[in-house]
Design a protein around this ligand. Structure first.
Ligand SMILES: Nc1ncnc2c1ncn2[C@@H]1O[C@H](COP(=O)(O)OP(=O)(O)OP(=O)(O)O)[C@@H](O)[C@H]1O
Ligand SMILES: [Mg+2]
Length: 380
């Protein structure tokens, strides 16, 4: 007795391509399996079976191993070139275990021995057809993924081209504003009173600020295009180099740096240095009001994920606004008090996310801030 689920309506019948050079056994097999609810298509010549495959698709190929002038394995290989999702079951002579194994090595899903017995054949066909269904589904999903990826690529390219050209095109009129206000300030200063000069200087400062914003926007959009070049990196060395390079920002300040002994991690060194530049420069900037600043650059392991942090004892911020911090041009402190364009942290986030990690923050008004970023396992 078979446990096979009955075939539903005619148009959903699964189609079997049956190839056997003996007309009588081919016909008998077709009739029996037709009776079992399959749609069968029988051929005695492999070339005709292949021709039929080019006309329509079949779910399963059931082919005799020994046929004059050819064999079931070659037929199966040719058939799978036409339809890679097709599943094949080979019919072998009794006791021909070796040839059956050879057929399976060549890509057949299973084999059945002649003389064909329905009780053993039906479960074999069912298993093979389940595999066929999986293959078809997989192919459909792969096509979907390819389509979505292509759409995303196009959208991304358009967005990048847009932000790049906006940034470039904004520059030209901005230059004009800057050049003409400077010309007014230097060549026509006699026509202006103090208030006029002050206003013009404001215009000039505004243009310079906007130029910085555009530069930052361009850098942000370039971050997406740049491929990652990962190499083993010692974060401690990176942090020390960044701090050395910031001698100017630190001049006249009392800052204690505490740097942990980091494990070596696979990252893009140039980009990771930018992460430290942005976080450490913030820490130096926002501890400006402390007589004794303390900046700690450390890490902890969270399973196989490296969690790094930069912690300071500066002015901190209200955690209510923590989601804003990593947005482009988002600032919580006034430009009068702390200079900046509000791009540093969005660059940090972009770089960390490109490495498969996350960023988050902890802080409190007047109690300092700690910026965290995670980097998943880095097999070297
Ligand atoms: N260590 C910190 N302590 C307190 N607030 C901080 C700290 N780091 C960042 N912030 C807050 O987050 C805002 C965004 O930081 P971000 O680095 O993106 O910009 P910025 O430092 O203002 O300017 P930029 O980095 O572009 O020069 C800052 O303006 C500040 O309000
Ligand atoms: Mg900053």
């Amino acid at each position: 007795m078979s446990s096979r689920t009955p075939q539903p309506s005619a148009e959903h019948k699964q189609s079997l391509l049956i190839v056997d050079d003996e007309p009588a056994s081919m016909r008998a097999l077709c009739d029996t399996l037709e009776y079992e609810g399959y749609q069968t298509y029988g051929f005695t010549a492999p070339s005709e079976a292949l021709a039929a495959m080019r006309e329509r698709s079949f779910d399963l190929l059931l082919a005799d191993l020994q046929m004059p002038g050819t064999n079931g394995i070659d037929l199966m290989k040719s058939a799978q070139l036409i339809d890679p999702t097709l599943v094949a079951v080979i019919m072998t002579g009794h006791g021909a275990l070796e040839t059956a194994i050879a057929a399976m090595k060549a890509g057949a899903l299973d084999y059945i021995q002649k003389p064909i017995k329905l009780a053993t054949t039906l479960p074999v066909l069912e298993r093979a057809l389940a595999v066929r269904q999986l293959r078809v589904e997989k192919k459909r999903l792969e096509a979907n993924v390819r389509e979505r990826t292509e759409e995303l690529k196009i959208a991304n390219r358009e967005l990048e081209a847009f932000s790049y050209s906006v940034s470039h095109d904004l520059r030209a009129p901005l230059r004009a504003v800057s050049v003409f206000t400077q010309a007014l300030l230097s060549d026509h200063t006699g026509h202006l009173n103090d208030e006029g000069r002050r206003l013009l200087q404001n215009v000039n400062a505004g243009a310079a600020h906007m130029d910085r914003l555009i530069t930052d926007l361009l850098r942000l959009s370039q971050l997406n295009r740049q491929p990652l070049h990962k190499q083993p990196t010692r974060f401690g060395d990176l942090a020390r180099k960044v701090i050395d390079d910031m001698a100017h920002e630190r001049s006249g300040r009392q800052i204690e740096f505490v740097i942990a002994d980091f494990p070596t991690w696979q990252v893009d060194q140039g980009l990771m240095q930018q992460v430290f530049v942005n976080l450490i420069s913030n820490a130096i900037k926002f501890t400006r009001e402390r007589d004794q600043a303390r900046i700690e650059i450390g890490y902890r392991m969270d399973g196989s994920t490296l969690v790094c942090f930069v912690k300071d004892n500066g002015v901190g911020f209200n955690m209510k606004y923590m989601n804003k911090l990593f947005g482009v041009f988002q600032r919580l402190h006034s430009a009068d008090q702390f200079e900046g364009t509000g791009v540093g942290l969005s660059i940090v986030r972009r770089i960390v996310e490109r490495h498969g990690g996350k960023v988050w923050v902890d802080g409190q008004q007047d109690q300092g801030a700690t910026f965290f970023f995670s980097l998943p396992d880095s097999p070297s």
